[in-house]
Each structure stands twice: as structure tokens, then as C-alpha cells.
Design a protein around this ligand. Structure first.
Ligand SMILES: Nc1ncnc2c1ncn2[C@@H]1O[C@H](COP(=O)(O)OP(=O)(O)OP(=O)(O)O)[C@@H](O)[C@H]1O
Ligand SMILES: [Mg+2]
Length: 368
């Protein structure tokens, strides 16, 4: 194992009774000092992964490693991990100082040392001077920061954050996104952050794991996942997409919407059925006959920065376009796009198969 790897899941399955597994043969590695996000719809297993890392539950099968050692049965208090829960789980009868000091008192740390450490943690989250405040005198965002101070005061190697921003209003939420990202950089420790908000995941993470139904669908940097979604689930979950059925005629030539288009994809079987993804911002509106595709405008919405325009082609495929140009409902228009804007997905491909296929491209290109 790479010495930068801090946590490793090896074929981890978690199952309750005879129900289908909540996590199904999940393997991944977490590197030291990075910001990770677990992203996926409700019930996909995000909190379960955090609970396994924190030691609140054990895997049914497989192994969890921390710094190279199996920790399946190590109790939570002996792990170098702290959790910030969604509801913060602060003690309402203790003031800010005592909430943050709680873990250190359990460890029987000297009073003078506690004083120094609590003040330092509160300074980190910009709450200097709030030591004697009661929890019910703090705003939502401030409580959030107390919860973070209480977790980082223990100097964990890994901080787990389970949807910590979901209770905040949009403006505060955006502010806290910056603060958390900045805090992670300053502390230099590993953050594993859970959200079901794809924009939040794209904005904050070094690496994203997209989960669905107990399986990791795709892992990678925000741009990898946005630009190269490997299947329909990921393409639909991350950002808005146009997904239409197509056929890969040969390398660099794909057919959809009744026409053939130059593309940058290769490595498919001749005439293999595929799915095509084009992002709405990659479609440009032209005069009808100047476009690569001819469509009819069905509806439009003003979204502040751009219009969201919904069109249909002659085959009945829906095309969503983001554009600053205004068009009229019923207009016949053209759509232009570059070959690079077409992303071709193999039907039902898993991450492993996708990686193998990418690896094969790189080898071929290297030889050339
Ligand atoms: N103790 C348990 N017993 C039985 N089933 C459980 C238990 N804990 C969790 N589950 C089930 O495991 C699945 C995954 O739950 P988990 O809490 O990990 O989802 P999540 O991705 O965090 O969802 P959310 O976004 O709603 O928080 C759910 O179907 C849930 O009902
Ligand atoms: Mg959850």
C-alpha cells in the first residue's frame, strides 16, 4: 500500500439481516491530506461508510485498513477519527468552551493544557471570545463551527463530516463551504465530507466518490466526473445532461438523432450501441441551416445568467440548451457543437471496465 494511503476499504460489504446489502463489495483508497466527498442520493450508503470508518458499526465482509492496519474491530475511541454530525449533537446544557473541552476532559488532560487547546480550536473556526456563550445563544452557522471545533480539538488524522451544511440557508451554506475548504487546507488533515448536493461536491472536493445503491459508480476529480461520466446515473446525477441513444459507427464517428458526427472517442466495436452525453452549455444556437442538428423550441425559462431552452429534434429527442440568446417558443433553430463536446458512454459499463478501456487508449497513443 502507498504510504500516502490513510484509509483503505477492501471488498467491504455491509448487510443487515436478509435485506439486500447496504454496501456491496466496496473498495477504495483515501489519501492523506485531501478533501473527499461521498455524493449520492438518499439511502445509497454514505452515512454507513462514515460509520464504518468511525467504528460505530462493523463490516459484514471485507477489511478496513487505517495506516496499513486492519481496524474492523477497533472501538471508536481508539481511532484517529472524529465526526461532525448533521444535527451537530452539541450538549445544550454546556457552554461553548465546555462543549469543545468535552473530549479532552474524558482523556483526563491537564486543565492548563485544555485551556490552550480549546482556545486554539475556537480561533481556528473564528469563534474567539465566544467561550462563555450558551449553545442556545448561538446561530446555526456558529453551532456548526462549535461542532467542528469540538472535533478538531482532538487532533484527528481524519475528520468525517455528515451533511454538516444541510440545515443552513443558501447564503450561509456557501460561506461555510469556503470556510470548510479553507480550514481543511490550513489543518492539512483528511476530510471526508458527505452531501447529496452535486454542486457542493464539485465546488469543494479534491476527489468525489459517486455512490448509488451501495456501490461506487465513479471516483475521480470534479472535472473528471463532470467531463467523463461513465454511465447514465453519473451523467444525470452530476449536472444537467442531454443523454440520447446512438451508435458508434467506427473510431471517431458516431451516429445519433439520425445523423453521423465526428467525435473524439474510440475503442468501441463497429456499430456498437452507445449513449451520448452533451452538456447543455456545450450547445450553441445557430440559424436553422447552420447547425449540426435541427430542433424546434418547446419552452424556455430565464435562469438569471442564461436561458434554459428545451427543444426537440425530428426523432423526438429532447435537447436542453443553456444560452444567453433569447429564442421564441416554436422557433426552428440549429444547434452547433464541437466534436469534443460529444461524450460517448458504453452501455452499463462499470468503473473498472472504463479504467481498463482508458488504459488501453493511453497505451496505444503512447506507442504511436
Ligand atoms: N441499523 C440499520 N438496520 C437496517 N438498515 C439500516 C440500518 N442503518 C442503515 N440502514 C439502511 O441502509 C441504507 C443506507 O443508509 P445510509 O444511512 O448509509 O444512507 P445515506 O446515503 O446516508 O442516506 P441519506 O442521504 O438519507 O442520509 C438505507 O436503506 C438504510 O435504511
Ligand atoms: Mg446519511
Amino acid at each position: 500500500m502507498d504510504k500516502n494511503t490513510i484509509i483503505r476499504f477492501e471488498h467491504v460489504t455491509k448487510q443487515y439481516d436478509d435485506d439486500p446489502p447496504v454496501l456491496d463489495d466496496v473498495s477504495f483508497e483515501i489519501e492523506r491530506g485531501k478533501f473527499y466527498t461521498l455524493l449520492g442520493p438518499s439511502g445509497c450508503g454514505k452515512t454507513t461508510i462514515l460509520r464504518l470508518i468511525a467504528g460505530f458499526t462493523e463490516p459484514t465482509e471485507g477489511n478496513i485498513y487505517f495506516n496499513g492496519k486492519v481496524i474492523n474491530n477497533v472501538p471508536p475511541n481508539q481511532r484517529q477519527v472524529n465526526t461532525v454530525f448533521q444535527d451537530y449533537a452539541l450538549f445544550p446544557h454546556l457552554n461553548v468552551f465546555e462543549n469543545v473541552a468535552f473530549g479532552l476532559r474524558i482523556k483526563k488532560m491537564k486543565e492548563s493544557e485544555i485551556e490552550v487547546k480549546v482556545k486554539e480550536a475556537l480561533r481556528f473556526v473564528n469563534l474567539e471570545g465566544y467561550e462563555n456563550r450558551e449553545i442556545n445563544e448561538m446561530s446555526g452557522g456558529q453551532r456548526q463551527r462549535v461542532a467542528i471545533a469540538r472535533a478538531i480539538v482532538n487532533e484527528p488524522e481524519v475528520l468525517l463530516l455528515d451533511e454538516p451544511l444541510s440545515a443552513l440557508d443558501l447564503k450561509l451554506r456557501t460561506e461555510m463551504q469556503y470556510e470548510l475548504r479553507e480550514l481543511q487546507r490550513r489543518l492539512g488533515i483528511t476530510f471526508i465530507f458527505v452531501t447529496h448536493d452535486q454542486e457542493e461536491a464539485l465546488a469543494m472536493s479534491d476527489e468525489i466518490f459517486v455512490l448509488n445503491k451501495g456501490k461506487i459508480q465513479q471516483s475521480g476529480t470534479p472535472t473528471d466526473i463532470y467531463d467523463e461520466p461513465i454511465n447514465r446515473f453519473v451523467a444525470e446525477f452530476i449536472g444537467e445532461s442531454n443523454i440520447v441513444p446512438g451508435k458508434m459507427i467506427k473510431d471517431f464517428l458516431v451516429e445519433f438523432a439520425g445523423k453521423q458526427f465526428e467525435c473524439v472517442d474510440q475503442g468501441f466495436h463497429p456499430n456498437e450501441p452507445v449513449e451520448i452525453v452533451i452538456r447543455p452549455e456545450d450547445l450553441e444556437i445557430t440559424k436553422r441551416d447552420h447547425g449540426k442538428l435541427q430542433v424546434r423550441v418547446d419552452s424556455l425559462l430565464f435562469r438569471g445568467v442564461h436561458y434554459e431552452i428545451c427543444c426537440y429534434d425530428q426523432d423526438g429527442n429532447e435537447w436542453l440548451v443553456h444560452s444567453t440568446k433569447k429564442v421564441g417558443v416554436g422557433d426552428e433553430i440549429g444547434l452547433h457543437f464541437d466534436p469534443e463536446a460529444i461524450h460517448v458512454m458504453r452501455l452499463g459499463e462499470t468503473e473498472e471496465e472504463f479504467e481498463k478501456r482508458l488504459g488501453a487508449y493511453h497505451e496505444v497513443n503512447h506507442e504511436k
